[in-house]
Design a protein around this ligand. Structure first.
Ligand SMILES: [Mg+2]
Ligand SMILES: [Zn+2]
Length: 270
């Protein structure tokens, strides 16, 4: 293990579009979705829309087929493969749902790269209808964060991830995201961490309003190609930092003695 934890948002960060919108649009339910959107929270609306799809005779298999053809930038999978091969612990924190994310990751053959998926529960019930529930039960225990939607505070999820890492404080986090919901967790990152916001997307605009509120270094990206370059560059940089720390604490004396000896060796040459 490299001691690097990489946390990915899912929609518009791993896949190119919003998976909720993709399913609704591809199945022809955009008008009903837009009509109901002002009346309820997004997460509750997705559950309602799955009920509508079911009552219109749309099967789980049809929803899966639509999810299988969601667009993804050609450099994303190679980037994930490289980060995994370099020993990064990769996790997903997403306001989509477990059914959509698992269906897509399994289809792409990349599910095993992730050690954890934190998202809204999504499952097929006994009637063959997809149910989508909130990550936090906001009626029983509201999370109280004013930056986040009622069903999910990604900052609280980051707190838990950071708590689970606290015994090994040399571990470093890289967070990638695009949406307004990725702003709260970006404020939780420490000085040694890295925030990778998608340029000119909502999280980028929020960060740009006052970049000093973030403790982490900020490295933007605009598409899958740049995401791959920046991510692999940061992983490399962290590895190099680790090696130079090792040299400075354990090998300084050896390096000094080698460089002291060098001129003498050169001077005896004819
Ligand atoms: Mg997103
Ligand atoms: Zn929050």
């Amino acid at each position: 293990m490299s001691g690097i934890v990489v946390v990915f948002d899912f929609d518009k960060t791993i896949v190119e579009c919003d998976s909720d919108n993709w399913v609704i649009d591809e199945l022809g339910f955009t008008d009903l979705f837009n009509q109901l959107l002002p009346t309820m929270p997004w997460n509750s609306l997705m559950d309602r829309m799955m009920m509508e799809l079911h009552s219109h005779g749309i099967t789980i298999e049809e929803i899966e087929k639509v999810l299988h053809r969601i667009p993804i930038h050609p450099r994303i999978i190679p980037a994930l493969k490289s980060a995994h091969a370099l020993g990064c612990d990769m996790r997903i924190v997403s306001d989509a749902n477990m059914f959509f994310i698992e269906t897509i990751l399994k289809h792409l053959g990349i599910k095993e790269y992730f050690s954890e998926i934190n998202t809204n529960p999504g499952y097929v019930n006994e009637e063959g209808r997809l149910r989508i529930l909130p990550y936090h039960d906001f009626n029983k225990s509201p999370h109280g964060c004013t930056l986040c939607p009622p069903n999910m505070c990604k900052g609280l999820i980051m707190d838990r991830i950071q708590d689970s890492m606290s015994n090994e404080d040399e571990k470093r986090l890289i967070y990638l995201g695009d949406g307004a919901g990725d702003y709260c967790p970006s404020l939780r990152l420490k000085e040694r961490d890295f925030m990778m916001p998608r340029k000119n997307f909502p999280v980028w605009d929020l960060i740009c309003k006052n970049p000093l509120l973030l403790k982490a270094e900020i490295h933007g990206w605009s598409d899958g190609e740049e995401q791959e370059q920046v991510l692999l560059h940061l992983i490399n940089k962290i590895e190099m930092d680790k090696n130079s720390q090792f040299i400075s604490s354990d090998c300084k004396l050896q390096i000094l003695s080698v460089s002291d000896a060098l001129p003498k060796v050169l001077s005896v040459r004819p």
